[in-house]
Write a protein that binds this ligand. Structure first.
Ligand code: ADP
Ligand code: MG
Length: 322
């Protein structure tokens, strides 16, 4: 039987770049560079709530870090250090090896050092804390959207939620379609390069984790503005496009979440600059609407069809307590 310390040594002790002291002491020691602010976030994944209990361990390792990197992307930050707190039902070497390989592979891709964590027995839960850096004053926040801004989104949205709907048999997809969409759910790509490229360009940003309308709604509330989304401009995959008449697909698109794309706003005069930044980051971005003054100080997100008519959105997004 693997001991706690042997487990940490074997699977979670790796060379830690740009770190003074990593795994093995009571705490880690890091040094931020001059002129930088420390950006800190944590995200938890619970079995049966955030992932199916039979989820592949390697993909889980990837996803646990990816959702945290996505928060760094949304801040325009460069991720540098991660901590990993794990509750495990049992110390299974095969599971641990796969989990650690998925986690560390993504960490190395982004030059992120795993510098500590905690390991305990319990129902499977994965909590990652991420630390990053951003030049002082340049972090992207939810609070900077201004009336007149264009609203942008990266990549394509709704696929991850459509995959969940298919797994719950609420929509039928062909086998090859499900495989493609399932990848979006299991292996989100954090938009780090885009977030960094948008520093000093975007007025506000958020990552789409709870659903487009809900997350854009967070920007609106924090910025005291309203947003209008033009449904026809939303970037969708071929699989989604074929099903846009189904309420379940529309819900996935507008309120699904789990895409980990970036939603951001920028002045309309910066359109070319935004497109150039996205090209540098090798990510596709689409303008999907605009920001308005909030009527009677009530921030809201409205979705309109081709003719400008208001569309009903059934659910705003995921809320664990509703
Ligand atoms: P403490 O008792 O001081 O909390 P632990 O025995 O829990 O220390 O952990 C020993 C070292 O291993 C610490 O440096 C801790 O940060 C690290 N560690 C524990 N679990 C993990 C993990 N899952 N991933 C990475 N580092 C870990
Ligand atoms: Mg501990």
């Amino acid at each position: 039987m693997l001991s706690e310390f042997e487990l940490i040594r074997r699977y979670f002790t790796h060379p830690a770049p740009h770190t003074r002291l990593g795994v093995g002491d009571d705490a880690a020691l890091v040094r931020t560079r001059a002129g930088m602010e420390l950006v800190v976030a944590a995200d938890m994944l619970i079995s049966g709530r955030h992932f199916f209990p039979d989820a592949d361990a390697k993909q889980l390792g990837h996803k646990a870090l990816a959702v945290n990197l996505s928060d760094m992307a949304a801040m325009g930050a460069t991720p540098r250090w991660a901590l990993l707190a794990l509750a495990l039902p049992a110390a299974e070497p095969a599971w641990l090896r796969a989990f650690a390989s998925g986690f560390m592979r993504l960490a190395r891709q982004h030059d992120v050092a795993l510098i500590g964590g905690d390991t305990t027995r319990g129902p499977l839960a994965i909590c990652v804390q991420i630390l990053g850096e951003v030049p002082a004053g340049e972090a992207l926040m939810r609070s900077g959207a201004r009336p007149g801004d264009e609203v942008w989104v990266s990549g394509r949205i709704g696929d991850a939620a459509l995959a969940v709907a298919a797994r719950k048999r609420r929509v039928k997809l062909d086998a090859h379609e499900l495989v493609r969409l399932q990848r979006r759910l299991d292996a989100p790509v954090p938009r780090i390069a885009l977030g960094r490229a948008l520093r000093r360009i975007a007025h506000s940003a958020i990552d789409v984790s709870d659903g487009l309308c809900a997350d854009l709604g967070h920007i609106c509330v924090r910025s005291s503005v309203s947003a209008v989304i033009e449904f026809a401009r939303l970037p969708v995959s071929g699989v989604m496009k074929k099903r846009l008449d189904l309420p379940v697909a529309r819900r996935a698109l507008l309120a699904g979440g789990d895409d980990y794309e970036l939603c951001f706003t920028a002045g309309p005069e910066r359109r070319k600059t935004v497109l150039a930044a996205a090209r540098r980051a090798a990510v596709h971005v689409t303008a999907i609407g605009h920001i308005e003054r909030a009527a009677s100080r009530r921030p809201e997100v409205r979705v309109v069809d081709r003719t400008g008519r208001l569309m009903r959105v059934e659910s705003d997004g995921y809320d664990h307590f509703r």
